[in-house]
Write a protein that binds this ligand. Structure first.
Ligand code: ZN
Ligand code: ZN
Length: 317
């Protein structure tokens, strides 16, 4: 055996040993399969389940549009306007998110952490979504010359809010708190839960531990849109938590649609608290219920995007 071959064989044996050792020590999650080499131009590295796929931007956009909008109860021209808006948003998000998950070896995930992506289905919705990607090919939403990461949600309940008011930190100038007069006023949703159950849900799903038995739940402070920005939970001592964290905790414990938004009033009677509210989702950026209503009444994609993202421009990348 030449020296070179010896070192190659020894290296392979050492590699196999180390791989075995790592696999032994980290059994919890199956490994993510990451393609090697630099990302291809005009594509994104997207994590789908346990794989990372290299997907051409326009294919990614079509998959995102199909996943976000599905079937629409609109005339064909109105559905075209709505899908074109969604395609521009999906592409802008992708363009602004290259390297968002760089430390993990990909650009975007396919969950709501980034934006939802599924492979384009072989259905009418899949075809319509591809057509929206093709009609708007290359178009992104720009602010100060750069593609924006546009937030969107299902239903603002009549008023959008800012990321700073929901999650803290700064808000980009194009994500504003504004009334949405186009938004259809849907019947209020409600949730009734006992204080005992609520305290248990908060403790087990987030570790928010109320001091002693939970005696009172109240809105501590509302944001500029009327959402419950901070919630006060009183046991022996009051504990104030962010509305968005409270909603996430309730969703984890009582089901994903149990408390659809933080745009609620609450009434406590005896040991039970009743939440009554409007909207669905965080309320930041574009409201999909408003998008559909605006597309139905004939607003252009440009006018719809200008309403929800003031100060931005649609431009080819
Ligand atoms: Zn992500
Ligand atoms: Zn709305």
């Amino acid at each position: 055996m030449t020296n070179r071959l010896f070192f190659l064989a020894a290296g392979l044996a050492l590699g196999a040993f180390l791989a075995g050792a790592c696999a032994h020590r980290v059994p919890a999650r199956p490994p993510i399969t990451v393609p090697t080499g630099p990302p291809a131009v005009g594509s994104l590295r997207v994590r789908v389940d346990q794989r990372v796929e290299i997907i051409a931007i326009e294919e990614y956009v079509a998959g995102c549009v199909a996943a976000e909008l599905g079937s629409l109860d609109l005339t064909p021209p109105a559905a075209v306007r709505a899908r074109d808006v969604q395609a521009i948003l999906c592409r802008s998000y992708g363009a602004a998110s290259v390297g968002r998950h760089a430390a993990e070896g990909f650009d975007v995930c396919s969950t709501t952490h980034c934006q939802i992506y599924r492979p384009v289905p072989a259905t009418v919705i899949g075809r319509l979504s591809r057509e929206a990607a093709a009609r708007t090919a290359g178009q992104v939403l720009l602010f100060a010359g750069r593609p924006v990461q546009p937030a969107y949600h299902a239903d603002c309940g009549g008023h959008t809010t800012t990321p700073g008011e929901v999650w803290g930190g700064d808000s980009p100038p194009f994500l504003v708190s504004a009334p949405d007069h186009a938004c259809p006023r849907r019947p209020a949703w409600h949730l009734e839960v006992t204080l005992v159950r609520l305290a248990e849900v908060l403790r087990t799903s987030t570790g928010i531990a109320v001091d002693g038995p939970l005696r009172e739940v109240a809105v501590d402070r509302r944001d500029s849109s009327g959402r419950a920005a901070w919630i006060r939970l009183t046991g022996r001592q009051p504990l104030v938590v962010r509305g968005t964290d409270f909603r996430a905790a309730v969703a984890r414990g009582l089901g994903p649609s149990s408390l659809p938004s933080t745009l609620f009033d609450l009434v406590q009677r005896g040991g039970t608290v009743r939440f009554e509210g409007h909207g669905n989702g965080h309320g930041v950026g574009l409201c999909e219920a408003g998008l559909i209503a605006r597309a139905a009444r004939g607003d252009s994609p440009e006018a719809i995007l200008a309403h929800y993202f003031p100060g931005t421009l649609i431009a080819p990348r």
